[in-house]
Design a protein around this ligand. Structure first.
Ligand SMILES: Nc1ncnc2c1ncn2[C@@H]1O[C@H](COP(=O)(O)OP(=O)(O)O)[C@@H](O)[C@H]1O
Ligand SMILES: [Mg+2]
Length: 229
């Protein structure tokens, strides 16, 4: 599903160059649940942005579902992103002036889905994440855990095969974090490929595979059931 070969990302700010990712080779199969760990600045978000087609690598190749993403232009990248990737962020990234329902229908507006279908699908997803009785609320009237549920419902609207989550529980208390992880597991069981960044071992434990990053390099790739050293 995801094949990265020799992916390198260099950020240039004037004379300053930072190699955020260095020659990453990585394959993620359809249906995997992968956690990405590593200290701050190790390149986790850079990797997520590349996998999610929000950014392009400086060199290397990226095959997403058989498509050579590294050769695509902005428009094609946006198209691939909309069809294949759902995103969840640490800071929820909800629109504060829009209702919960409007936030969830937004990706479908961009995709040109009919009003009726948008409404039906959004209400179904909000029911799934346990927010049926909050559809008319605005984000600032919700708890952190509830905001993240809205973001997850929004990420599921396009039925994308891949869900990317960058520190989704980073702003949540322990109870809300566990609830959110239970939701991710349910989504995974239903067939979605999940890649999730976290620095909390209790969160990473929910995944079937853990990738450890350090200084822009993939240091360790551990699968559940295999011997831990
Ligand atoms: N837009 C940017 N411009 C310059 N440097 C960046 C940019 N984004 C990230 N970096 C640098 O790249 C490295 C990796 O960052 P990042 O992927 O955000 O790490 P992580 O998510 O693991 O904390 C860091 O050294 C960071 O400072
Ligand atoms: Mg990060």
């Amino acid at each position: 599903m995801i094949t990265l070969s020799g992916i390198t990302k260099v950020y240039k700010n004037g004379p300053l160059e930072v190699e955020a990712l260095s020659h990453i080779d990585l394959q993620i199969e359809r249906g995997e649940f992968v956690a990405i760990m590593g200290s701050s600045g190790s390149g986790k978000s850079t990797l997520m942005n590349i996998i999610g087609c929000l950014d392009v690598p400086t060199s290397g190749s990226y095959l997403l579902d058989g498509e050579e993403v590294h050769t695509l232009n902005e428009d094609d990248l946006a198209r691939v992103r909309n069809r294949k990737i759902g995103f969840v962020f640490q800071s929820f990234n909800l629109l504060g002036r829009q209702t919960v329902l409007q936030n969830v229908t937004l990706p479908m507006m961009y995709a040109g889905t009919s009003r009726e279908k948008r409404q039906e699908r959004a209400l179904g997803l909000l029911d799934k994440v346990g927010l049926k009785d909050r559809v008319k609320h605005r984000p600032n009237e919700l708890s952190g855990g509830q905001k993240q549920r809205v973001a997850i419902a929004r990420a599921l609207t396009m039925e994308a095969p891949i869900l990317l989550a960058d520190e989704p529980t980073g702003n949540l208390d322990t109870k809300s974090s566990q609830d959110i992880m239970a939701l991710f597991k349910e989504i995974h069981r239903e067939g979605t490929t999940i890649v999730l960044v976290t620095h909390e071992p209790e969160i990473a434990e929910h995944a079937d595979r853990v990738l450890l990053f350090g200084d822009g390099k993939l240091l360790k790739d551990t699968r559940k059931g295999s011997v831990r050293l």
